[in-house]
Ligand binder design. Sequence first.
Ligand code: HEC
Length: 210
Amino acid sequence: MQKKLSLLAASSFAGLALVISSLNAADAPAPAASSASASGSGMAAPAASGMPRGAAAPAAPDLSKLVAASDKKGLLFEKDVFPILKASCSGCHVNPTRNPSGGLNLTSLELALKGRNAAKDIVAGHGDQSLLLLYASDAVKGKEMPPMNGRVAHPPIKAEDLAIVRAWLDQGAKGDPAAAAAAAASSAAASGSGAAKPAAASASASGSAK
Ligand code: HEC
């Protein structure tokens, strides 16, 4: 069946195919040109490290949109980063009981690192490869965070705060185990279930070897 069809196609369209192929040869675009333009920053290509199976590659990020990292040292998720994310991202990336947007929960570092795409959302040591920063910096078309149509209720992160988020990612996306434990305890208490999970806190600190 397959053979018959293609034979038929071959014979009746042979003439056309010839025309097309000669056209192609005449003005074939140079495919190398566009990909070359993305490499200006001198960074190693991030794509090599962790492409998920079968996922469509996102649009190449426009790294010129990123602000420089803050020079503040010792940044921790709970103390420095969560307060920033809370104002702009919480509405959609917090609810621990429902499925958060994009599978990414930004209420705690532990939950954030367990997101569906966590390995790409937070790339410890590389702010400029972390979707969290790239999306919040409007560096990826169509993936601006907060989404363009949600910016009345959720204001975008200010440049000086993005600088802190970037520095935190560059420094290894670290969390404070003690603060995480306290937060877990207080939310368990608030929920009234009494079922605190003591194991949770220690897990969050282990992720980011530098
Ligand atoms: C109005 C709701 C809303 C707000 C506010 C919001 N997001 Fe999102 N976010 C979404 C939705 C919906 C998706 C999934 C969209 C998609 O994957 O195309 C998403 C996806 C993401 C992803 C990708 C997750 C993945 O699949 O890897 C990241 C990273 C992200 N958001 C970061 C942020 C950050 C950082 C903020 C705050 C600056 C923020 N978002 C604010 C709705 C929101």
